[in-house]
Design a protein around this ligand. Structure first.
Ligand code: AMP
Length: 285
């Protein structure tokens, strides 16, 4: 597995791979890899000649009071995990390599899809994501890029700017990988104590309740939101950031569910903010 740490290195590598006629799959990550990340990489492995993973804690997508400094950085352990896929190359730059002195260009997805859900709670977050993903797509010359449904709004935003900016990359959404307990895998799970991890099961449990109500015939959005919120409120360590329902992938407000629909939640367990979601009411493609 090649370790590439400068933009010049990754550009030389991908130029060579393209000259050889290889297809390239890109998996953008912030490291602290877990099984969820590996499911993206394995999918990329199946569908492309070359798999490139970026392992980069991107400063521009964190707000001033968020966990950028504290975010886990465990590159050696990440490499061991990537070798098992296996991955061809990992791009692991310093922030100053991606944003050198004088840097002043950002990709800003305007409009409603970035202002709701996590966008409402994390101003500037999607600007940072869109900027770094655009740079990574350019550097990697990817044919396909892989993103988790875990960050469903991110998938919608990425698909939007890729279409708007005529970027020639196919975006693939991969289902959420969960622990046996139902907890969605996340790099932030390692912040939690055992008691908090137990409390965090309320996220997937509440979503399952909402989904079961829908499957039992409940189509009213407010009723489903109430079922989910009531379940979360039973957990003392949990504080709701949002419980929301939108059409998917348009992210438009709806009152009744009769199309593919995103039921998404963000919940703080102690100090750790977790997100989870389920897509109900149809084909998720
Ligand atoms: P992150 O390192 O948290 O920025 O995540 C990198 C990519 O992995 C994103 O596309 C995430 O949506 C995806 N991802 C993170 N956790 C999961 C999970 N539990 N299941 C599927 N994909 C995930």
């Amino acid at each position: 597995m090649k370790i590439l740490s400068t933009t010049a290195e990754i550009q030389a590598y991908t130029k060579e791979m393209k000259a050889q006629g290889k297809t390239i799959g890109l998996v953008p990550t912030m490291g602290a890899l877990h099984e969820g990340h590996l499911t993206l990489m394995r999918r990329a492995r199946k569908e492309n000649d070359i798999v490139i993973v970026s392992d980069f804690v991107n400063p521009t997508q964190f707000g001033p009071n968020e966990d950028f400094d504290k975010y886990p950085r465990v590159f050696d352990a990440d490499c061991e995990k990537m070798e098992t896929v296996p991955v061809d190359a990992v791009f692991h730059p310093e922030p100053s390599e991606m944003y050198p002195d004088g840097y002043c260009t950002y990709v800003n997805v305007e409009g409603d899809i970035t202002h709701k859900l996590c966008g409402a709670q994390r101003p500037g977050h999607f600007r940072g994501v869109a900027t770094v993903v655009t740079k990574l797509m350019n550097l990697s010359r990817a044919d396909r890029a892989y993103f988790g449904q875990k960050d469903a709004q991110q998938v919608v935003v990425v698909k939007r700017f890729v279409a708007d900016l005529n970027i020639n990359v196919e975006i693939v959404m991969v289902p959420i990988s969960r622990e046996e307990s139902g907890l969605a895998r996340s790099s932030r799970n390692r912040y939690m104590s055992d008691a908090e991890k137990e409390a965090a099961l309320v996220l997937s449990r509440s979503l399952r309740k909402g989904e079961a109500a829908y499957e039992g015939g409940e189509k009213n959005v407010e009723a489903i939101k109430k079922i989910v919120s009531d379940e979360i409120k039973k957990e003392k360590l949990a504080t709701i950031d949002y419980v929301d329902v939108y059409s998917f992938p348009e992210l438009l407000p709806i009152e009744t569910i009769n199309e593919p629909t995103l039921l998404a939640i963000a919940v703080k367990i102690g100090k750790t903010r977790l997100i989870d979601n389920v897509i109900i009411g149809g084909d998720t493609k």
